[in-house]
Structure formats: structure tokens, C-alpha cells
Design a protein. Structure first.
Length: 339
């Protein structure tokens, strides 16, 4: 496919118009569908609808089952699809090989565009190349900032995980923390490792890494609890997702630790925890926006030849801090499941 990128210094961000959602099914591992249920899940927000010809876009993520963060990404994608007259096919699998198979399924169905996460980019490289060879435009979201250009994706929507980790580490320097435990819930996920590496780079105290099985919350709780009991000098727990953060607060309580908890990413319960003071703060990367812009960018490319970010720069959706000083402004949207 031929493209004429804009200079690196320019960034094009598609306009965001939020709409009620609709989605259909892709037969495959961990896929699910929309219709009226999807429309309700998008938060009942509405906008105009495009009169352009109907197209089909597949979104394939590495989302594990039950993680509300990915529900928010999907809601953004569904909202854009409804507005753009797009049939959205959403599927997910946390196993890289199975995620690659889902991308192949989308290619076989001859979709008009694919949005994909690249948490384990080497495992997706070959199938992404197949999509491009088939003339299907591909954009990246959430995971894959370091490789999206090498893999010849049109655009990327997300945050720089190293920068977000460094920002959190710097923020901790002002809290009085001396010993941080950074909890990684999916070993081998480049995004998560970059976050903890960033924290370690800028945090002036000691940083330990703890790996847990993020798909087994009782195990997560017991592993963090055991570590806190083992080392009473840990005064800060940094988690990389809202469900893990909420579980970590239970570990702090059960272990008798005085450690505080900070995290990456939001959900409704996490916002309430910030309001209550059981979570210090969260780094927000705006997952709804990632899903929305990924779908909308493919519609813009197909209908108007646009390249978000000029094909040269990623479109950054974070990081931003949410704490007690600004949580009230976010809470109303978190209540709808869109932040």
C-alpha cells in the first residue's frame, strides 16, 4: 500500500465524537458480540452517524478474560463503529499464538481494516505482514509503541509505557516512599515490563519486581501478602492494572503492612478507592480513547486517505495522573464505564 507521510513534527489526531455502540461477532477464541447489549454498554452516549458505505473492521487484543480495562477499550471501539457505520468484529486472547490466529481469521474474512495490540510483537509479526500483503490496513493500539513502525502499521494509539513508568517513579519521590514493590501480572508482556523499568529508572529508592498470575486473584493476593510479610521495609506497592491494585490493598491489610498502593489504569471501583484514600493515585492512559481512535482512524484512512500521526508519530493518549485533587472530574465518566 502506498502512503505519503507528513513530517515528524506534525501530529494528526482524529476528532472524537462519541456514539452509542453496536458490534457483531467473529467466530474465534474469546470473541463476543454486541447488538443492543453493546449499545447499552457504550454508556448511552450518542452522536451523528456517517453515511459512508458499510465496512468491516476487526479489533484483536491480548486482553485476558475479566479485566475491566479492556471492556473500556472495547466500548470506545464500539462507539466509533456506531458513528462510522462500521461492523466491528472484536476478539481477544492473552496467548500470543492464539491472538495471531484471530488476526488470521480476520484476514480470511477479508475485513476492511484491523486494529491490533502487540504485547508480544514477535509472535504477531508474520500475521501482521500477511494482512498488509493482502491489502488490509493495520493500526496498533495500547501495546506495541516500540515496534509499530518496523511492522509497517499505519498508526499507533496509546501511551509510552517507559515514560509513564518514569513519571510514576518521579511522583513517588515526592511521597516519602523508600522501597517500592512493582507487581507484574503477566510475565513477558513488554508493556508491563517497561512500566516497572521506568519506575526503577526514576525512583530514588529501592525497587523490587514481583511476578504474579494476574488471571488468579486469590493467588495474586497471597503472593503479594507473603512478600509484604517477608519484607517489612516495603512502603509502596505499585501495580499495573486496577484489579491488581484493588487486590493489593487487601494484601496490605492482611499482612499488617503500612505500605501505600499506587497503580496504572482505572476502573469504576478504582476511582472510588482513590476517593476513599485506599489508593494514592493512578496513571490514566484513556483506554476508551485508544479503542475509539483505532477504529476511527481506519475509517478515516479508507474514506479520506488520512494517516493519524502522519504515519510517523504515535498518537499519545497518556499518561496523566488521577488523584484526590482531580478524581471528581473523572468519576462521572468512570461511573459509565468509559474512563
Amino acid at each position: 500500500m502506498t502512503r505519503t507521510p507528513l513530517p515528524r513534527s506534525r501530529r494528526i489526531v482524529p476528532a472524537v465524537a462519541v456514539a452509542a455502540a453496536a458490534a457483531l461477532t467473529l467466530a474465534g477464541c474469546s470473541s463476543s458480540s454486541g447488538g443492543r447489549k453493546a449499545e447499552e454498554s457504550a454508556g448511552n452516549v450518542s452522536a451523528g452517524k456517517a453515511s459512508t458505505p458499510r465496512m468491516t473492521i476487526a479489533m484483536v487484543t491480548h486482553a485476558p478474560s475479566g479485566d475491566t480495562f479492556w471492556d473500556t477499550i472495547r466500548k470506545g471501539a464500539e462507539a466509533a463503529a456506531a458513528k462510522d457505520n462500521v461492523k466491528l468484529i472484536y476478539s481477544n486472547d492473552e496467548t500470543a499464538g492464539d491472538q495471531a490466529n484471530l488476526v488470521q481469521n480476520a484476514i480470511d474474512q477479508k475485513v476492511d481494516g484491523i486494529a491490533v495490540t502487540l504485547a508480544k510483537p514477535d509472535a504477531l509479526k508474520a500475521v501482521v505482514a500477511k494482512a498488509e500483503k493482502a491489502g488490509i490496513p493495520v493500526v496498533g493500539l495500547n501495546a506495541g509503541l516500540g515496534v509499530w513502525k518496523q511492522q509497517r502499521l499505519l498508526s499507533f494509539f496509546g501511551q509510552d509505557e517507559s515514560v509513564s513508568g518514569e513519571a510514576l517513579g518521579s511522583k513517588l519521590n515526592g511521597t516519602g516512599a523508600k522501597h517500592t514493590l512493582c507487581v507484574i501480572q503477566a510475565q513477558g508482556d513488554v508493556n508491563l515490563q517497561e512500566r516497572c523499568d521506568g519506575v526503577k529508572k526514576t525512583f530514588s529508592g529501592k525497587t523490587d519486581i514481583l511476578f504474579v498470575n494476574g488471571t488468579d486473584m486469590p493467588s495474586v493476593k497471597s503472593t503479594i501478602t507473603a512478600k509484604l510479610k517477608q519484607d517489612s521495609s516495603i512502603d509502596e506497592v505499585v501495580t499495573l492494572g486496577a484489579p491488581i491494585a484493588l487486590t493489593a490493598t487487601q494484601s496490605v491489610s492482611e499482612s499488617g503492612s503500612k505500605a501505600k498502593v499506587a497503580t496504572f489504569d482505572l476502573n469504576k471501583a478504582l476511582v472510588s478507592a482513590i476517593e476513599e484514600g485506599t489508593i494514592q493515585f493512578a496513571v490514566d492512559q484513556q483506554p476508551f480513547l485508544q479503542g475509539y481512535l483505532a477504529v476511527d482512524s481506519l475509517w478515516l484512512y479508507k474514506t479520506n486517505g488520512n494517516f493519524s500521526g502522519g504515519g510517523q508519530q504515535p498518537v499519545l493518549t497518556g499518561p496523566a495522573f488521577v488523584d484526590k485533587s482531580n478524581v471528581d472530574a473523572v468519576a462521572q465518566f468512570a461511573a459509565k464505564g468509559t474512563r
